[in-house]
Design a protein around this ligand. Structure first.
Ligand code: BGC
Ligand code: BGC
Length: 451
């Protein structure tokens, strides 16, 4: 069995973060409000009323955070750019101070030998865009392309590869279908146009990036879907769920068409939102890489009540993270081999753009943080990744989620995903045992390659 030290030469090691989860400074230097500022202020929206007004104060402490990354020996850093720092109202006038922040960050990273990998949208839509309908409005896609132009013109001389969107599936479902995330809309299947408009935004932004000879990626949340049994009903439910979670966000990019969503009573125009030429545009600029965010597999059974054509079934007898998510490293191999089998030569090289787990970490009296479950999680998933590569899947890098404990969306500061512990009272950063483990793994892998 191949293991993590067998990962190929040129394999890139990284960590991932997102603007709203770490930056804080929400009202500084001209930043406009995003949907998350407004949502988090709503009573009951975020656990214990936490907001990201300060978060990890990364906006001010980024030099310290880049030094922590340098200490890991990373090749790359995936972060996101807050649209409302760059364009406070999500359209029109540009805020130079907002762009300057990312300019400084990029230079600091390059100075530390780390390649910046920015994500243009990680869920923090400028509130003014939401007031205009948000991702339910096709216009948002065109505004996103303008924003992309502004940022690419400023940073494209130093940033070779870009991620357009983070997890359009999770944003659609949590933000617009269930209302658990910002903007807090609970539209159920009427949220489907937000899938198309996000993908259209990707297509428009991809052509802006492609025209500038910049590499284009997207980061999709993907999950291997397992039917609860081999009964027809369970198999059909699993296929329906797979179409919604995985295929809806990958088929149009790689195959130029939407999957069959008839189990949801939805036609190929996704509730009337798809216009002539859209699919051509979405697939028009080929992806240079597919970003895969993997956390866990999903087990699906036939529905027991009317409504959706599937029901989620528990995965039994596996460890769980502090968040309660099942820990199934093998699911990563299954997912990657499944992608290769499904898309064949249409599948571009893959980068794991997120993978990690929440642990109830505490700083011990001696100042250390012993996060053994995280080390086990990462080791298991990296071994599964090596197995997928040995089976012929082209995977180029691994960016763990996350560098720092941060604002975990509706959970507030309750779920700790970092390699580095953050005390949110004092902003003190304490590298956990997993930080040292990751650093040593990266060093050992490099050493093995150079002999
Ligand atoms: C994660 C998924 C997870 C879901 C449900 C998302 O934020 O990315 O992997 O299954 O939340 O909690
Ligand atoms: C998101 C991250 C989030 C992580 C853990 C992903 O769904 O992209 O922002 O913190 O999962 O929930």
């Amino acid at each position: 069995m191949p293991n993590r030290l067998d990962l190929p030469g040129g394999f890139r090691w990284g960590v991932s973060t997102a603007a709203y989860q770490i930056e804080g400074a929400v009202a500084e230097d001209g930043r406009g409000p995003s949907v998350w500022d407004v949502f988090a202020a709503r009573p009951g929206a975020v656990r214990d009323g936490h907001t990201s007004a300060v978060a990890c104060d990364h906006y001010h402490r980024y030099p310290e955070d880049v030094a922590l990354m340098k200490g890991l020996g990373l090749d790359g850093y995936r972060f996101s750019i807050a649209w409302s720092r760059v364009q406070p109202s999500g359209a029109g006038p540009v805020n130079p101070a907002g762009l300057d922040f990312y300019d400084r960050l990029v230079d600091r990273l390059l100075g530390a030998g780390i390649t910046p990998l920015p994500t243009l949208f990680h869920w923090d839509l400028p509130q003014a865009r939401e007031d205009g309908g948000g991702w339910l409005n096709r216009d948002t896609a065109y505004r996103f392309a303008e924003y992309t132009t502004v940022v690419a013109d400023r940073l494209g001389d130093r940033v070779p590869a870009w991620i357009t969107l983070n997890e359009p599936f999770v944003h659609m479902v949590y933000g617009y279908a269930l209302g658990i995330h910002a903007p807090g809309r609970a539209l159920m299947l009427d949220a489907l146009p937000t899938a198309h408009h996000q993908l259209l935004a990707h297509g428009l932004a991809a052509s802006v990036l492609g025209e500038r000879n910049l590499e284009v990626m997207i980061a999709n949340n993907l999950t291997p879907v397992r039917a609860a049994s081999s009964d027809q009903g369970d198999l059909a439910a699993a296929a329906a769920y797979d179409a919604l979670h995985n295929r809806l966000f990958t088929d149009p990019l790689l195959l130029g068409c939407y999957p069959d969503l008839s189990a949801f009573g939805v036609g190929p125009d996704l509730g009337g939102s798809v216009r002539d030429g859209d699919l051509k545009l979405i697939a028009g600029t080929a992806l240079d890489g597919l970003g895969v965010n993997y956390y866990n597999p999903t087990r699906i059974a036939a529905p027991t009540e009317p409504g959706l054509p599937f029901a989620e079934a528990p995965i039994e007898d596996v460890p769980r993270t502090a968040f309660g998510w099942p820990v199934v490293p093998e699911g990563l191999r299954e997912l990657l081999v499944g992608l290769r089998d499904r898309y064949g030569t249409a599948l571009p090289p893959v980068t794991i753009t997120e993978n990690g787990c929440s642990v109830a970490d505490e700083v011990a009296a001696d100042g250390t943080v012993d996060d053994r479950p995280r080390i086990d999680y990462l080791a298991g998933h990296l071994d599964a990744l090596a197995a997928a590569i040995a089976e012929g899947v082209d995977v180029r890098g691994y960016f763990t989620w996350s560098l720092l404990d941060n604002f975990e969306w509706a959970e507030g500061f309750h779920q700790r995903f970092g390699l580095v512990h953050v005390d949110f009272e004092t902003q003190r950063r304490t590298p956990k045992a997993s930080y040292a483990w990751y650093r040593e793994l990266i060093a050992a892998h490099r050493k093995r390659l150079t002999g």
